[in-house]
Design a protein around this ligand. Structure first.
Ligand code: PEP
Ligand code: MG
Length: 590
């Protein structure tokens, strides 16, 4: 008999309560899972096999091209690996296992490996034994490629509670489109891009739930509390009733906040604040409108391309996307951020660990500057769209800028695109503003210099905190160290705000720091006026801003900035603003 009321806890990443049936996604790579396929799936599986071969072949080719011709041996080793990949015997044994035994290609590779193992078992010759080691390595590589190829079919029924070891941003998009009701992962941090996507789809999510896949089975009833980070497997009737009641209460409170969200965010003493929306997909514009956003403060352009990176070379894709965004928003401010791919935002089918340390690797603006053609096509697409919407106040910003030169290089590509379009006879709007995100300590500390060339700043606190504190935002093992109230981080932010003020350029915040009441108030106290956040957070933050006096918050912030630890800062705010903050800490959906 199944045991009931089995509790697990993790980190609540997206608030909200869900009750649904579990859909467990097996861990990637190991253990390798057998999947019996239907005859009509044979062709699909063989195509996956061939695509994996091509991918590894091309990867080896690029490695070979970089080898110094003086070093002949590595080149030959790679050629030998490429020949093995094209080996007829490998191809035949895998495709016939798929076709005859009706198994998935990963399993067919395992069967092929076992066959070779049996053949080589009696061989004493060292050289031949090494050849078997090569085959073993190659098959492992293929299995690894296949497990990360995005073709593993996640097909959860609508309303399922999906439970996985981890989820990438790209996979979370797939899951979001399947209308699942909650997502639970064994790994992952609270500000990862998978969480950002789950927020966009308003899917309650809990991360860092250790060993849950060892207990829960597909089909079990699961109750998820995304605020508290609680999961209950096979809850009894009483618990289900209790949580249903809570769900209704949350829903009612949320509705009343949403209905008040069109009101401006003015403090009790009359300071006007502006709350914008972070939008990851054009479809989210509606939520931004209904939740009281005054503008779009961050449009993340990369998610459209995450399923197929090749499309990023197509100027028309960028044009159509920007056009759709502007058309839906209608009029007012939109800030589009250029491509921010890399790190934990890798395209479907790529390995996250292809680079030794992807968070410090080829990502964001670096990737765009290294692929200038793609970058220029994106900028051209956006500019062409802007021509058609004179009522849109467009701002373009670059992600993860680390130095003044890097900003200048990005700006140069922008002006090249602009010039090209002008030469082609397009009449371009003149009032487009060009700015940078402040996401790296180097950019924060050089904000005064950057301000001489930027029209605006937008603080990306998710990355700024990650890189200042050396805390991977995707790693639950260090998530307790991810601290947005760290005095060092706050001082850096204050420097950015002061530099912006001195130069007379606007400074906004678009990182998730602004979605939490105390950090949001601190930012306000430091002088920020424009806050951009996921639509679902807007009604909550607006309510808080309307309930406080700016003068008092400013004084509190001044004191806070003299304190030595984040807990002292938090305590100070809690003591002074307990009533306003307590209400916000009632369970709320995302
Ligand atoms: C940030 O880093 O704060 C940010 C807004 O960008 P992203 O979350 O997309 O990295
Ligand atoms: Mg960022």
């Amino acid at each position: 008999m199944k045991s009931s009321n089995v509790y697990f806890t993790g980190t609540g990443a997206v608030p909200g309560i869900a009750i649904g049936r579990a859909y467990v996604i097996p861990k990637k790579n190991i253990p390798l899972s057998l999947r019996h396929i239907e005859p009509h799936e044979v062709e699909f599986e063989i195509k996956r096999f061939e695509a994996a071969i091509e991918k590894i072949f091309n990867h080896l080719e690029s490695v070979r091209a970089k080898i110094d011709p003086q070093h002949r041996d590595p080149g030959h080793i790679i050629e030998a690996q490429q020949m093995m990949l094209r080996d007829d015997d490998l191809h035949k044994s895998v495709t016939s296992a798929v076709t005859e035994k009706l198994v998935n290609v990963e399993w067919a590779l395992k069967l092929a490996l076992e066959r070779w193992e049996a053949i080589f078992a009696g061989v004493e010759d060292d050289y031949l034994r090494e050849r078997f080691a090569d085959i073993h390595h190659l098959i492992n590589n293929l299995q690894r490629q296949l497990s990360g190829d995005g073709c593993q079919r996640f097909d959860p029924p609508p309303d399922a509670v999906v439970i996985a070891d981890e989820a990438s941003a790209a996979e979370t998009i797939q899951l979001g489109r399947s209308a699942i009701s909650a997502l639970i992962t064994q790994r992952g941090g609270r500000t990862s891009h998978a969480v950002i996507i789950a927020k966009a789809f308003e899917i309650p999510m809990v991360v860092g739930v250790k060993a849950i896949t060892e207990v829960v089975g597909t089909g079990d009833l699961v109750l998820v509390d995304g605020l508290e980070g609680i999961i209950i497997i096979n809850p009894d009737v009483k618990l289900v009733q209790e949580y249903r009641l809570r769900m209704h209460k949350i829903f009612a409170r949320e509705q009343s906040l949403i209905s008040a969200s069109a009101e401006p965010a003015v403090t009790l003493d009359g300071r006007n604040l502006h709350i914008f929306a972070n939008v990851d997909f054009v479809d989210e514009v509606e939520a931004a409108q209904s939740h009281g956003a005054e503008g779009i403060g961050l449009y993340r352009t990369e998610f459209l391309f995450i399923a197929n990176i090749k499309r990023a070379l197509d100027e028309e894709m960028h044009y159509n996307d920007a056009r759709a965004l502007m058309e839906r928003w209608g009029q007012g401010a939109i800030t589009i951020r250029t491509f921010d791919l890399g790190s934990d935002k890798y395209p479907l089918g790529e390995y996250p660990d292809k680079e030794p340390n992807p968070a410090l690797g080829m990502r964001s603006i670096r990737l765009s500057l290294a692929n200038r053609t793609m970058f220029k096509r994106q900028l051209r697409g956006i500019l062409r769209a802007a021509i058609q919407f004179p009522a849109i106040k467009l701002r373009i910003m670059f992600p993860l800028v680390s130095s003044f030169e890097e900003f200048l290089m990005a700006k140069e590509v922008y002006w090249e695109a602009y010039q090209e379009l002008e030469n082609e006879g397009h009449e371009l709007p003149e009032n487009i503003r060009l700015g940078t995100m402040i996401e790296l300590p180097s950019a924060a500390m050089q904000a005064d210099v950057l301000a001489t060339e930027c029209d605006f700043f937008s603080i990306g606190s998710n990355d700024l905190i990650q890189y200042s504190l050396a805390v991977d935002r995707n790693n639950d093992a260090v998530s307790h160290l991810y601290d947005s109230l760290n005095p060092g981080v706050l001082r850096m932010i204050r420097h950015v705000i002061e530099s912006g003020e001195a130069a007379g350029i606007p400074v906004a915040i678009c990182g998730d720091m602004a979605t939490n009441p105390i950090p949001a108030l601190l930012l306000m106290g430091m002088g920020i006026k424009v806050f951009s956040m996921p639509p679902s957070s807007i009604p909550h933050i607006k309510r808080i801003m309307r309930a406080v006096e700016y003068g008092a918050v400013r004084l509190l912030t001044e004191t806070a900035l003299t304190l030595r630890t984040s807990s002292e800062i938090e305590e100070l705010f809690r003591e002074q603003l307990s009533e306003i903050l307590t209400e916000e800490e009632e369970p709320t959906p995302s």
